[in-house]
Design a protein around this ligand. Sequence first.
Ligand SMILES: Nc1ncnc2c1ncn2[C@@H]1O[C@H](COP(=O)(O)OP(=O)(O)OP(=O)(O)O)[C@@H](O)[C@H]1O
Length: 453
Amino acid sequence: MYEKDPVKIFVVEDDPAYTKFLKYVLGLNPDYEVEFFTTGKECLNNLHKNPAVVTLDYSLPDMPGEKVLSQIRAHDPNINVIIISAQEKIGTAVDLLKLGAYDYITKDHETKDRVLNSINNARNKSSLIKEIDYLKKEISEKYEFEKSIIGSSVAIKKIFSLLEKACSTNISVSISGETGTGKELVAKAIHYNSKRKNKPFVAVNIAAIPRDLIESELFGHEKGAFTGAITRRIGKFEEAEGGTIFLDEIGEMDPNLQAKLLRVLQEKEITRIGGNQVIKLDVRVLAATHKDLTEEVKEGRFREDLYYRLLGLPIQLPPLRERGNDVILVAKHFLDNFTKENQMPKFKISQEAQQKLLQYPFPGNIRELKSVIELAAVMATEQEIKPQDISFNNSTRIESFLHQEMPMEEYMYRIIRHFLNKYDNNVLEVAKKLNIGKSSLYRYLKEMEAAGI
Ligand SMILES: Nc1ncnc2c1ncn2[C@@H]1O[C@H](COP(=O)(O)OP(=O)(O)OP(=O)(O)O)[C@@H](O)[C@H]1O
């Protein structure tokens, strides 16, 4: 956790009476570590000590205040320089503030309160900057590939190598995969491992926003643009400026908006609804869908030109059932996280329970595995998960399987694949279980091989 440090302050002042005054005022706060200098040079020579705040007398004997200020700013723009001056000239104050001074205070009977206030504000600003840096670092670490995307199967290793390519360039990325396969997680990992990591990551789920609000959600609107637009609103694209926008469930976008989105992507600029100012954009687009977009294009539901614009580097996330032993690795990862979060002792997963997990097809993929494991941890009576602690929700299983909308024969191929996995590729056993002829099964297997299923 990030802690507030004592604040280091440099006082640069050649007037002994004022130095004495500041020594007294700043000495009132035990959190302040103060060093005093009488010349600009001395202050500059000590900048390696990283002060958070410098109070700088504008009229020093050796250097003009502007010069000391510029050199401090050149050394570290995060140091807050408060100019203390006997002059009340507004022009000088404005010039110094333009040069980057944090505040300008005149020497009068209110100096004490104003100095203390200003230092306090500067301190809060520095703490916030440090805290933001700390959180950014923590987020980047959280999304390091190997720490966030668990798995060591061949299928997931292929994804890691695509992710490296996605991170080192600015190419658009289209992520596809069944529900719960980690599309959003992958999008975040790309962003937080790319050069844009210090800028925003903005996720928009197209399917979750009512149709008539999507345009304003994405591109923003001006006050009065339509009934209900009582204030100006910045859209998600503007929010993501410099960073990444993640358009989830892109296949759900209606054709009108598809045309608008295409224009935005081509022109790299937007105009808020009801506005006429053109706003330039530098936003990387990552899009995801659980649908087969080529099919959507064929059926005329998705624009072909937009499809090619978004396609970029395609990443197809395999379903969990095709990731072999990753099921166990991910299950252990979720179990460790769950027990830690709930201050429970460490749990194991028995061999039999592992077999049960490996035999189940997880139609809800990793999201489903997470809830299955968390429930199992709650149900377990010992510190080991046994088969009886694991229960699958059969209705979601069938629904989410049907939700994928594919031709009848593909459903059949999937069912056959599932049974082959379950019965160790024993064709005779599978034919018996499915009550189909052995030769029919061989014929289907040939078709599956040809179709790469
Ligand atoms: N390989 C993985 N290792 C660990 N956790 C994962 C992995 N893949 C996904 N998850 C976790 O599984 C959950 C579901 O992932 P995510 O929301 O990214 O899936 P999705 O494909 O975007 O789902 P949907 O299609 O429903 O939007 C999240 O909690 C995510 O952190």
